[in-house]
Design a protein around this ligand. Structure first.
Ligand code: ADP
Ligand code: MG
Length: 474
């Protein structure tokens, strides 16, 4: 079955991605339409869920039918005992097919046809209590503090030590994708669970909350649903932007929120944008969110990114040379999830090709991953096409030489990087042999000037743009 799935997947994604993300997967078992596959790490699992959920679903649908299910088993292997990996099963999460924002209806979105067990379906509260749905890997210890997250982290820490007692109730954390919201709120939950074990902590995504609510409506189970939530001491509800437009779900949430808040229970929420921009949420709900503290998570700066990479590597027991770490931190500057994905991909490449992780391998790997920062293409690919066009080597392009036959192609490549990626000037400079941002600005200006007069330069730029299928300069 897995081989058939692989065939379908292969037809739908690039060969390189297939190699990196699907070849390392080991099928484990197939029982009652549940296929379990083993993946090398937590990152790997998250990356698959983030980027390949649709193609996985497609393959599972074709092979097992629409109620087929996929489970991941993750090898938690710290490198010391390779024969005894311990394995945890994580049911695939259902994901909205149209992004995280609601479609205005209380419909059940399920790409993965997940059959989760609603917590309120547990036979006793004790059992549900055990299932806080917290991932123990998300802790304060491995959450790197930086200017980007200082307020959110310290507010979170205060709440974790005195849930329901501080004025940070609710605690509302917001920020873009992959900036650590889920990690931080889970860390709060884990901390409370470990230090105040009598407290019933519950983590739930807004999507799951919505689906539970719809199930409860369907099965005439509303009483159980509400009662269950009213017993929670600490409610962590992730990605509330998902509730947008879902009037009835908001209504029940409003009710639960008020009840818990009045009883001095702690509520922690996250959202991908500031509350005032949460379109499609009722005003009465939004006004509640402002009762407590709202804090944002921003993009991490370079030093924080380096620290995060180091921490991750340390946790995985992997060594990567400092120049590679620096290269990665410079190259992926939008979001930490991407950064982790690149590291996993790099590790996978290294083990597949039995190579050491070095700068060359890192460059090659990044060439094949188009990230959000890349907007349309990566700097690496631009560089490759430019040197091909001019018959240079990458070293000549990135090097220090001021010879005219290097300088113009270099400036053109810099210009294209600025036009077609979202890398900062600093980051672009780094990728061109560590030039500073004033050199980058100068290069872009020179090209703009040349474009007005020099037909040859213009033709070169257009040719590279054409090859890369980019919008061309006029
Ligand atoms: P979000 O929920 O905001 O989309 P996540 O909490 O899922 O983001 O974070 C994405 C990944 O980045 C996770 O693996 C998380 O552990 C990691 N991460 C985010 N911020 C930090 C940080 N400050 N220190 C260490 N790891 C982080
Ligand atoms: Mg999240």
């Amino acid at each position: 079955v897995w081989n058939n799935c692989l065939r379908i997947i292969r037809e739908n994604i690039a060969e390189q991605s297939f190699k990196t993300w699907f070849e390392p997967i080991v099928p484990v078992r197939l029982i009652n339409n549940v296929l379990t596959i083993q993946v090398p790490s937590q990152f790997f699992y998250e990356w698959l869920e983030e980027h390949y959920v649709h193609v996985l679903r497609k393959a599972i649908d074709a092979e097992l039918g629409t109620d087929g299910r996929l489970e991941y088993s993750i090898i938690v292997d710290k490198g010391n005992d390779k024969n005894k990996p311990y394995v945890i099963n994580i049911p695939t999460s259902s994901k909205s097919a149209n992004g995280s924002h609601g479609n205005g209806k209380d419909t059940k979105v399920s790409v993965h046809a997940e059959k989760y067990k609603s917590p309120f379906e547990y036979d006793s509260l004790e059992n549900a209590h055990l299932a806080s749905y917290l991932n123990p890997q998300y802790t304060f210890e491995n959450f790197i503090e930086g200017d980007c997250n200082r307020l959110a982290r310290s507010a979170g820490y205060a709440v974790a030590n005195k849930p329901g007692v501080t004025s940070f109730n609710p605690l509302m954390l917001y920020g873009g994708v992959g900036l650590g919201k889920t990690h931080l709120v889970q860390a709060i939950g884990n901390h409370i669970k470990n230090t105040a074990s009598n407290k019933f902590v519950l983590y739930v995504s807004s999507e799951k909350f919505t689906n539970q609510f719809i199930d409860a409506l369907k099965n005439n189970n509303m009483q159980n649903f509400t009662n269950f939530y009213l017993q929670v001491d600490v409610l962590v509800i992730d990605d509330v932007q998902f509730l947008a437009g879902k009037e009835r779900t908001q209504e029940i949430f409003f009710h639960i929120f008020n009840h818990l808040h009045q009883a001095g229970k702690q509520i922690i929420m996250t959202s991908d944008c500031p509350p005032r921009e949460l379109k499609g949420l009722q005003d009465r709900l939004l006004s509640r969110f402002k009762w407590g503290l709202t804090a944002d998570l921003q993009q991490p700066d370079l030093e924080t990114r380096i620290a995060i990479i180091q921490k991750k590597l340390q946790a995985e027991g992997i060594f990567i040379p400092p120049n590679v770490i620096e290269y990665l931190a410079h190259s992926v500057d939008t979001n930490i999830r991407e950064l982790e994905g690149v590291i996993v991909s790099l590790m996978a490449q290294a083990s597949l090709n039995r190579k050491e992780i070095d700068l060359d391998l890192a460059r090659q790997t990044l060439q094949n991953i188009v990230q959000h920062v890349d907007k349309e293409v990566s700097i690496e690919i631009i560089q490759k096409k430019v040197v091909e066009h001019f018959g240079l080597t990458l070293e000549e392009l990135r090097g220090k030489s001021r010879r005219k036959e290097y300088v113009i192609p270099r400036q053109i490549a810099i210009y294209l990087a600025k036009e077609h990626t979202e890398h900062s000037l600093k980051s672009i400079g780094y990728h061109f042999g560590g030039r500073d941002h004033s050199t980058v600005i100068h290069a872009i200006q020179s090209v703009n000037d040349m474009l007005k007069t020099d037909q040859e330069v213009k033709a070169a730029i257009q040719s590279v743009q054409k090859q890369l299928k980019l919008k061309m300069v006029k």
